[in-house]
Design a protein around this ligand. Structure first.
Ligand code: 13P
Ligand code: SF4
Length: 335
């Protein structure tokens, strides 16, 4: 058995290089709590042949400390399909874990907190989609990946913010039902001639930003580049310089190294991109996604240790839902 000082030395040796990267966004006093958990989770991952897939909105200690792949929701679906691990721990929200399970039905997919939902996913049910199809017979249904497997099973194809316009246009029709985000639907309709029938869902994080806020920041920082997520209102998008998915934001900063930038999206996004781009100055708007933030290191450790919170989807739903995600992946991404 190892002595406690030996364990402490091992933890320091394994986690200090990580802290060197994230020290700008995580205070040292907090790191003292994270380090032993990160060490334990990374050890368990190896023992159990597990992989951690994390969304860009996860906290820096998860994103930089334990994630094997940290990215946007489209790439999470793609990577879930590719992995050779026996267990996938999805650090993100429920629809992301469900999508990982759809793409990997024979793997164990765990979600550290089963209550990690999404205001868009809960805005619509499979029954709602059936009623819409009755109202608009023959019109294909394009469903944002931020939905339940049940809703996906009633749809023709999925999309994410990284490929929504391309997916809509891939169908070669003049009208689509586009669910459930009304703002993403509006954004897509400005980029295509295809007529969009939308739903009334919104993201509780992105709907909070206001155009006035963006204009004020711009006035105080004339050189700033503002990049918003397409779940923001049309007014916020109009006041921004660029719009795109979370990975689109990350790539933009990596490639262009703007002097000063504001990413109009969830709080942790700026922290995570900041770590990779120490010379870029970030103005950090802070709207937290309570669902994303319900995933914590102690919950990840517990669920990996005990293999609890497994995602299970009835075969009758998963067979149809998987096809909608596969069709989306075949269309690919724009940014
Ligand atoms: P991305 O697909 O851009 O990663 O966004 C997912 C999400 O939940 C945004 O709120
Ligand atoms: Fe859902 Fe919005 Fe949270 Fe993304 S940020 S998971 S869309 S509630």
């Amino acid at each position: 058995m190892k002595l406690s000082t030996e364990i402490e030395t091992e933890i320091i040796r394994e986690t200090d290089p990580i802290y060197e990267k994230v020290s700008k966004v995580i205070p040292q006093i907090e790191w003292a709590f994270h380090a032993p958990l990160i060490h334990e989770i990374n050890k368990l991952k190896k023992e159990k042949n597990a992989v951690v897939l994390a969304h860009n909105y996860q906290t820096p200690e998860i994103f930089h400390g334990i994630a094997d792949i940290a990215t946007d929701s489209l790439a999470l679906a793609v990577e879930a399909e590719k992995t050779n691990a026996d267990i996938i721990v999805l650090c993100g929200v429920h629809f992301m874990a469900e999508t990982a399970k759809l793409m990997n039905p024979n793997k164990k997919v765990l979600l550290p907190d089963m209550s990690a939902g999404c205001s868009l996913a809960s805005s619509i049910t499979g029954k709602d989609v059936k009623l819409l199809k009755e109202k608009y017979p023959g019109v294909p249904v394009v469903t944002y990946v931020n939905t339940s497997a049940e809703v996906k099973a009633e749809s023709d194809i999925c999309c994410t913010s990284a490929n929504a316009v391309r997916v809509v246009e891939s169908l070669g029709v003049d009208k689509v039902i586009f669910l459930p985000d009304q703002y993403l639907a509006k954004y897509v309709s400005t980029k295509t001639k295809v007529q969009i029938i939308s739903w009334i869902g919104t993201c509780i994080v992105h709907e909070k930003f206001s155009a006035q806020e963006i204009k004020d920041i711009k006035k105080q920082n004339p050189e700033i580049v503002i990049f918003s997520h397409p779940e923001c209102s049309p007014e916020v998008i109009a006041a921004s310089d660029y719009t795109g998915s979370t990975s689109g934001m990350s790539k933009f900063v990596d490639q262009n190294q703007p002097k000063k930038v504001m990413l109009v999206t969830e709080c942790s996004m700026s922290d995570n991109v900041q770590v990779q781009n120490p010379n870029v100055q970030f103005i950090k708007p802070c709207n937290l996604c309570p669902y994303m933030k319900s995933i914590t290191l102690p919950k990840v450790l517990e669920c990996l240790e005990n293999e609890t919170n497994e995602i299970l989807i009835p075969e009758i739903i998963s067979r149809k839902a998987r096809k909608t995600v596969e069709r989306m992946i075949a269309v690919g991404r724009v940014h």
